[in-house]
Design a binder for this molecule. Sequence first.
Ligand SMILES: Cc1cc2nc3c(=O)[nH]c(=O)nc-3n(C[C@H](O)[C@H](O)[C@H](O)COP(=O)(O)OP(=O)(O)OC[C@H]3O[C@@H](n4cnc5c(N)ncnc54)[C@H](O)[C@@H]3O)c2cc1C
Length: 430
Amino acid sequence: MNTTSSSDFDIAIVGAGAAGLAAAIFAAETALETDLKIVLLEGARKPGAKILISGGGRCNVTHHRVEPADFHGKKNVVRNILKAFDEKQAIEWFRSLGVELKREETGKMFPVTDKARTVLDALLRRCDQLGVELYSQWRVESITPSESGWSLTGPSGEIQARRLIVSTGGKSLPKSGSDGHGWKMMKTLGHSVTDTWPALVPLLLQDGHGHENLSGISHPAQLTVNSDGKKIKSTTGEMLWTHLGISGPAPMDISRTWIRQAQLGHSPQLVLSFLPDEDTASVDRWLIDQGQRSPQRSVLHVLSSRVPRRVAEFIGSHASVDLSAPLAQFPRESRRRLSRELTCHLLVVTGDRGWKLAEVTAGGIPLDEVAYQTMQSRRCDGLYLAGEILDCEGRIGGFNFQWAWATGSIAGSCSAQSLLENRSQLGSRE
Ligand SMILES: Cc1cc2nc3c(=O)[nH]c(=O)nc-3n(C[C@H](O)[C@H](O)[C@H](O)COP(=O)(O)OP(=O)(O)OC[C@H]3O[C@@H](n4cnc5c(N)ncnc54)[C@H](O)[C@@H]3O)c2cc1C
């Protein structure tokens, strides 16, 4: 830990997560062979906590194809930011840092070592090579404008900086150090913060739904949120049953929509199709066809060819049908109920697992409060914002890190560039 009473830096970056580390590296590279002093202030004991636990300890660094549609956020701003530092640049940048990435079937990109540690070590190594000072356990409690630019204070002392990059994250996984204090500090500087809520988070189901018996089973699913009779959003992907409810890519992706609808006072419904891209009529036709081909086969046998057996039993019990019956003797009404249950099973969601288990934050500082070309605040000159602190978050699959690398790289390069331009202007006047 570094205790600093008063120290001057050219650029201070608050928060050494993915966005802050990228910002530090890009600032230092832009200022290469100059004497600009850059400091990275991290409140936690160690930097990059989320990188280490991300992607199940493997770190899903980016996605092989990143589009604005993969994000919730102002589309034109998101598009421009992603264009300025896209997934190909991210892959190339990591290669230059010594981290080779591989693409998995889902399109997710991971380090070939399958270790998040490789990613974090490479970022820290580069910061070190470039002379970035990293102060851990240096929590910033308040930020005020000062004569030289910015004054940052916290229990460890005070730091003055000419340019400031704030990359303190959102509120997800607060024990990692991101507890929403960044937003409070930004409000004192005139920024606003939208409503915020947990996103990419497992959902809780009502007790007695029967999910407890399916815990640990996963299968493809289509999940749809309906609210006030309207379809709000639908997503398809793997779904994992847990003893408390549902998790995995599809539930996590849809969670922000269900939570937001509930937060707004609507009564959202979450509807599960066990057979994505089919509808009740096509499933009914399939069951009729199976009955004609194999009339003596039990319904359970046929159903188990499409969903895991325990899931088939769960669906049968919700449809109140006898799955042991041969297809030839399966009453039409039962068949229709079963087809409906297979495609429109109502999940009674009672809530979510909260910030502790949310992978990201929905909401934050509105994107129109920053200039996307530089990530500079439109409220305060010399202040830059990067990463999850902003009102933008991506779906599961490496998109959130891409956002952090992209915004961090722009904020880092542009903050350093602005200081170098200042210098050359002063120089040319002399
Ligand atoms: C379990 C989990 C798994 C994930 N897996 C993936 C994945 O595989 N792929 C993907 O794309 N995304 C993943 N994410 C999301 C991704 O980790 C985040 O979107 C990303 O880390 C955001 O980066 P950031 O730098 O903006 O914020 P953060 O990573 O939250 O970093 C902010 C940093 O600022 C520090 N800080 C906060 N306040 C202060 C202060 N006042 N003073 C000093 N320091 C402060 C914090 O300690 C923290 O180190 C995952 C998230 C979680 C929780």
